[in-house]
Design a protein around this ligand. Structure first.
Ligand SMILES: Cc1ncc(COP(=O)(O)O)c(C=O)c1O
Length: 386
């Protein structure tokens, strides 16, 4: 057989999904792959039942059902503070995953470079490889996960740098970038003519006193930002595969061409069923924030009592935990695998998110029912015996 695609040789299977498989094998509490073990809001499930009989069940227009785009545009106009036109500025996608892929395909040529903070969400590397783009990693230094402005500017200064991928709030670090940090990035983007591709699935999972600022809303940034996001986390519907791109028309039109031939459309009945969520009042989002604050407090208090050191998450439902005290010389991969087998809790080795040689961290996630978090903490209490 002739050689298959060389790009895939550069990829290993997803470490996160590998840990999930191990979790299933050992009946472990799975705190690796990031999805809730609780139901979506009842009012969205009720609408889903109605849609099951009323439809639509066929392809939606490739850009998304008009209902979906109108509801989304209303929500985004409110939260981003940017007037979003449902016909010119939004595209329904198959999750943020497809949104990011379509955006990268739309803006890049082979050999272009894209700046990515490290640690990073694993999709970004794979999607860069698929597009023959070279990722340029700029460290977010643990434990505070802040960046060095000079290093970032050096990455932007390279004439081959076409874009930066900005995940905010940030998976896996739990960082929520400040307005000042975002302004610094925006100034570089303008100075060096670089496009920002955001990935903002956790925009509503931010803990007080931190605030999510959309970089697209900073002066002169709308025209150079492709906002990718997801409904997976805000409405606890990771399996529905709904997301979107919001952007200025010239950028969005290019993304639309890619999307059209990648997926045809996002799931049409589910676009319809999620509309009550998109139109929900501010109190819904306050409820999401309160619920996640509760889970964060329950879990971080428990970890603290056991003796774990970690970076307090500012947003998302992920946190980076220092495992060095319990690892007894093992690297993070060995440690996490042993933890599944002996303790029965699955987390993700931190090194899978870093470009740099960092192997004393693990990513834990806490989007779980109270009883699941208590069970995980009970099991983790034995960590010193491992
Ligand atoms: C940062 C980040 N981006 C994108 C995704 C995937 O989003 P979606 O389900 O919308 O494809 C995830 C899922 O965990 C994520 O953490």
């Amino acid at each position: 057989m002739k050689p298959l695609n060389q790009k895939t040789q550069r990829l290993t299977d997803s470490v996160i999904r590998r840990m999930t498989r191990l979790a299933m094998e050992y009946d472990a509490v799975n705190l690796s792959q990031g999805f809730p073990d609780f139901d979506p809001p009842q009012f969205i499930m009720d609408r889903l039942k109605e849609v099951a009989t009323a439809g639509p069940h066929q392809y939606s227009p490739t850009w998304g059902n008009l209902n979906y785009r109108e509801a989304l545009a209303k929500k985004l106009t409110h939260w981003m503070g940017i007037p979003i036109d449902p016909n010119r500025n939004v595209l329904a996608t198959v999750g943020s995953t497809e949104a990011m892929m379509a955006a990268l395909m739309a803006i890049s040529n082979p050999g272009d470079k894209v700046v990515i903070f490290s640690p990073y969400f694993e999709n970004y590397y794979a999607q860069s490889v698929f597009n023959s783009i070279e990722p340029v990693f700029v460290p977010l230094d643990p434990p505070a996960f802040t960046f060095n402005g000079d290093l970032l500017e050096a990455a932007f200064r390279d004439p081959k740098t076409k874009a930066m991928i900005l995940c905010n709030p940030s998976n896996p670090s739990g960082r929520v970038f400040t307005r000042e940090e975002l302004q610094f990035i925006a100034d570089l983007a303008i100075k060096y003519d670089v496009i920002i591709i955001t990935d903002e699935p956790y925009e509503h999972i931010v803990f007080e006193p931190y605030k999510h600022v959309y970089i697209a809303s900073l002066p002169n940034m709308w025209e150079r930002t492709i906002c990718c996001s997801s409904l997976s986390k805000t409405y606890s519907i990771t399996g529905w595969r709904l997301g979107y791109i919001a952007a200025d028309k010239p950028l969005l039109d290019e993304c639309k061409k890619m999307h059209d031939f990648l997926t045809v459309c996002a799931p049409s009945p589910l676009q319809e069923a999620v509309i009550p969520g998109l139109l929900a009042p501010d109190s819904y989002y306050k409820g999401v924030q309160d619920h996640y604050t509760h889970m964060r407090d329950l879990f971080t208090n428990g970890l603290r009592e056991i003796g774990f050191n970690f970076t307090e998450p500012q947003g998302t439902y992920f946190m980076m935990v220092d495992i060095s005290e319990f690892a007894h010389g093992k690297n993070d991969v060995e440690f996490c695998e042993e933890m599944v087998r002996k303790i029965g809790v699955a987390v993700v080795p931190g090194s899978s998110f870093f470009k740099e040689d960092v192997n004393h961290l693990a990513r834990f996630h806490f989007s779980k029912k109270d009883e699941t978090l208590y069970e995980a903490l009970n099991r983790l209490a034995d960590i010193k015996k491992m």
